[in-house]
Design a binder for this molecule. Structure first.
Ligand SMILES: Cc1cc2nc3c(=O)[nH]c(=O)nc-3n(C[C@H](O)[C@H](O)[C@H](O)COP(=O)(O)OP(=O)(O)OC[C@H]3O[C@@H](n4cnc5c(N)ncnc54)[C@H](O)[C@@H]3O)c2cc1C
Length: 291
């Protein structure tokens, strides 16, 4: 299939892109890596009359250490994140999550900003940003605002970005000392979207009690799902077989997925429990290994 016809704009700076989206607000879409948008346009599921290409804005591609958090520019390719020492050392959950995204050619084009703005419920980055309490920076002609992940994702392929806003940066808190993390998912084939996946980060005290826990799921709701009740049951404990089993049960009960051609709702719910157990165990082992 071919897309419906559209006008094509190529800004060189963020202010230019902001001006263009303001002028065509409602009709225009940004294109980043094009890995989600182009197929949608080819199937005529998206028919923007104006396409604003962000690929000639070098200022949107970077990974920077900013003290308490790392800042990742919206046009940073998934592959660059995968290969970044800063990400691997300071936000290892993001590194882990990236390894689960699609295939190398897709990660070489796909961007963090595109993935987060696209907000596919099965995508790894939205769940990871929700688990890590990351912030998204949005710009428009009205100014700049920072949106917490809990307020950013608001349904299937839907975010709280306004039609005239561009996502410019993602701010991801660094992993605390004595922490460990894991991203675990099940997909039908290597590189497919997850049927269910879990992003987990735990922080231990000197006696290996879990003093911090952050858990979110993908593929099992209209958007990423924070597993607050599971976190409450694990926080303040040490990881025993009983705690793991309770966490598995709580995670299974916490989600309300829909079934589709890939998996039934019951199977996705069951996977959520199993993935939670595996991710928690791996995250704690990694945290213990670091001490
Ligand atoms: C075969 C295949 C398998 C895949 N498997 C996975 C997978 O397992 N996990 C996964 O997470 N993803 C997967 N993807 C998607 C891939 O990761 C995409 O790269 C990603 O979802 C979108 O990023 P992009 O840069 O290509 O965005 P685009 O496709 O260019 O844009 C996506 C949407 O975001 C908007 N947008 C882009 N940038 C901005 C911005 N800065 N500000 C505001 N809006 C913006 C666009 O207007 C569009 O609506 C897969 C894709 C394919 C083709």
């Amino acid at each position: 299939m071919k897309p419906a016809s559209f006008s094509y704009l190529l800004p060189k700076t963020v202010p230019e892109a902001v001006k263009m989206i303001a002028e065509h607000s409602g009709d225009a879409r940004f294109i980043a890596g094009g890995q989600s948008l182009v197929p949608m346009m080819n199937f005529r599921l998206a028919r923007p009359s104006v396409l604003i290409d962000l690929n000639r804005i070098p200022d949107l591609s970077y990974i920077k250490d900013r003290g308490d958090y790392i800042a990742v520019g919206a046009m940073t390719r998934e592959r660059m994140i995968e290969n970044s020492d800063i990400v691997r050392d300071m936000c290892p959950l993001v590194h882990d999550a990236t390894l689960n995204i699609a295939h190398l050619p897709i990660r070489s084009r796909g961007t963090i900003g595109g993935s987060i703005s696209n907000a596919d419920p099965a995508a790894e980055y939205p769940a990871t940003m929700l688990a890590l309490d990351a912030f998204m920076v949005a710009k428009s002609e009205r100014g700049e605002r920072e949106i917490g992940a809990a307020d950013f994702f608001d349904g299937v392929l839907s975010t709280s970005l306004e039609a005239d806003e561009i996502l410019t940066e993602v701010r991801i808190p660094k992993a605390p000392a004595n922490s460990g993390s894991a991203f675990i998912e099940i997909s039908r084939r290597q590189g497919d979207y997850a049927l269910a996946g879990i992003a987990a980060q735990v922080t231990l005290d000197d006696d290996e009690n879990i003093i911090g826990i952050q858990l979110a799921a993908c593929g099992v709701g209209p958007g990423p799902v924070r597993l607050n009740q599971v976190e409450d049951g694990v926080r303040g404990t040490t990881l025993t077989a009983e705690i793991l089993s309770n966490a598995k049960e709580a995670a299974t009960a916490a989600v309300d997925p829909e079934g589709d051609v890939h998996a039934t709702a019951a199977y996705r719910r069951k996977l959520t429990g199993v993935m939670t157990e595996r991710a928690l165990r791996k995250a704690v082992l990694r945290a213990v290994g670091k001490k």
